[in-house]
Design a protein around this ligand. Structure first.
Ligand code: ADP
Ligand code: GLC
Length: 486
């Protein structure tokens, strides 16, 4: 089957979070199963830098109309990698910017136009370069594709047989814009109603996708259940309940070619379950890099790599920072995002120079070194659709402490010291004392060296490769394509 991915992120071209890892890894895995995969991405400034000076245009100009003007888009051939064909949507005035979605923590004001243009350009491009059996679109940025398919383009003979699968990577980001967006994007006003594109007086990209896609998926079974409740549904719970029969939870996999301590080129030393020594070297190197070389061997090192967003629950860490500083524990954190959270981490490190260090920014190699060098990996997320870092941590023998939500709950099993089973530590409530209790359980376990080694090895033995999820996606594509054949 031919599947077209339309996404706003994909490794190695453009990344702000796990969406990029997923889009980058799923394609090659589907190719292994015998499918044909084409990926469309915006040609951001960061992508431009990875391409040759002379761009290879597959399509020179496509007209994308707006209310009072047209934009003209080129499609750049990005070549074939690991069996996957890449195309970049080129519209410099819209995409040739350093940030993917904004700058300095503020969204670009024209994001509705940017991602509507991208979505429509992908549909137009496929008419020249190959219409797939199924479009697989990801998050709000490409959620207008199913809307266009079943409204503006519903009588297009080239596209009307194409199915569409929408994956929700994060229901917290919906692409909500003023009602006037309807007219700007040339949608008829009849679509701006509660059962279609309108949501709480806004034009809502994700909601449109939820209404019009053939099959919906999200990135863990638990999150598929959670988003149907008011607590996690981000006000889309009733829409999702209405489509429960078409909603699947497919847990993300991991690209072990990128995330494996036995082969990871970013590390001071490689290691494996059979030969763990290298992890000690990674720990020492990490502490040196963060200026924490005085940390004792008996002190547990907690690692954090994250977008600093409210979603990630670091406000809970802030509430226990004082108490944690009294424990025998060191913290290394890498992240960037909301100014208040960056400030908290900076201040925490400033007042606890011997034990807490933070790097504000985005650094892929350092993320790998933290996965390898830390003893414990902390993810206290308020919600977490899947979460990849806790799964990477398992492979790196770095024990996750997580909040029992979404994919964190699905992938981490509480350590049972009597039976020597489990892979990490979980807490349920949304309060800092539950978090502190989970960290304390981890610190107590860390004192028992033999038990800790078992716990590490339990995690390292878990396999979250893409093979199984890719089969589940293939089944979802089959279902979506089937509906269009009816
Ligand atoms: P989310 O997509 O919500 O950010 P995930 O756990 O699914 O969460 O994925 C996050 C991905 O982004 C991981 O690959 C992680 O290593 C990476 N990442 C997040 N923040 C940073 C950072 N500051 N530097 C480098 N990599 C980061
Ligand atoms: C989102 C979610 C994260 C998930 C990732 C990839 O950004 O926040 O939990 O792992 O998408 O699906």
């Amino acid at each position: 089957m031919h599947i077209v991915f339309a996404a706003s992120e994909c490794v190695p071209f453009a990344k702000t979070g796990g969406l990029a890892d997923v889009v980058g890894a799923l394609g090659p895995e589907l190719v292994k199963l015998g499918h044909e995969v084409t990926v469309y991405l915006p040609l951001y400034a960061g992508v431009r830098r990875q391409l040759p000076e002379e761009l290879a245009y597959a399509v020179r100009s496509i007209t994308i109309p707006f209310d009072s003007y047209n934009r003209f888009v080129g499609i750049v051939d990005g070549g074939c990698h690991a069996g996957v064909q890449y195309y970049f949507v080129d519209c410099p005035e819209i995409f040739d910017r350093l940030g993917l979605y904004g700058t300095g923590g503020v969204d670009y004001p024209d994001n509705a136009e940017r991602f509507a243009l991208f979505s429509r350009a992908v549909l137009e491009a496929t008419k020249q370069l190959g219409v797939p059996e199924v479009f697989h679109v990801h998050d709000w940025q490409t959620a207008l594709i199913p809307v266009y398919l079943r409204t503006t383009y519903n009588t297009d003979p080239a596209l009307k047989k194409a199915g569409c699968v929408l994956t929700i990577h994060n229901a917290g980001y919906q692409g909500q814009f003023p009602p006037a967006t309807t007219g700007q994007l040339l949608f008829p006003w009849e679509l701006f109603t509660l059962d279609k594109l309108e949501h709480f007086d806004c034009f809502n990209f994700l909601k449109g996708g939820l209404v019009y896609a053939d099959i919906l998926t999200t990135v863990s079974r638990k999150y598929a259940e959670e988003i149907q409740t008011p607590e996690f549904g981000e006000k889309l719970d009733s829409v999702l309940q209405g489509r429960a029969a078409d909603l699947r939870g497919i847990l993300n996999g991991v690209d072990y070619a990128q995330w494996n301590p036995a082969t990871d080129a970013n590390l001071a030393a490689n290691y494996s379950p059979e030969k763990l020594d290298g992890k000690k070297l990674c720990r020492a190197e990490l502490l040196r890099a963060f200026g924490l070389e005085k940390v004792e061997e008996t002190t547990a090192v907690i690692g954090i790599v994250s977008r600093f967003a409210t979603q990630k629950g670091f406000d809970l860490v802030e509430q226990i920072a004082g108490e944690l500083s009294e424990r025998e524990v060191a913290v290394v954190a890498l992240g960037s995002g909301e100014p208040a959270l960056e400030k908290f981490f900076r201040d925490w490190a400033y007042w606890n120079r011997a034990n807490v260090a933070v790097r504000i920014g985005y650094d892929d190699a350092l993320a790998h070194r933290i996965e390898a060098g830390a003893d414990i990996f902390l993810m206290p997320s308020r919600y977490e659709p899947c979460g990849l870092n806790q799964i990477y941590s398992l492979k790196y023998g770095t024990v996750p402490v997580v909040r029992a939500t979404g994919g964190l709950d699905d992938t981490i099993e509480e350590w049972n010291s009597t039976q020597q089973t489990g892979t990490g530590f979980k807490f349920k409530g949304l309060n800092s004392s539950a978090l502190l209790a989970a960290i304390d359980r981890a610190l107590a376990a860390f004192e028992d060296q033999a038990g800790w080694k078992r716990l590490m090895l339990n995690g390292m033995a878990r396999n979250y490769s893409w093979e199984q999820p890719a089969r589940e996606y293939a089944a979802a594509y089959e279902e979506a394509a089937g509906r269009r054949r009816e």
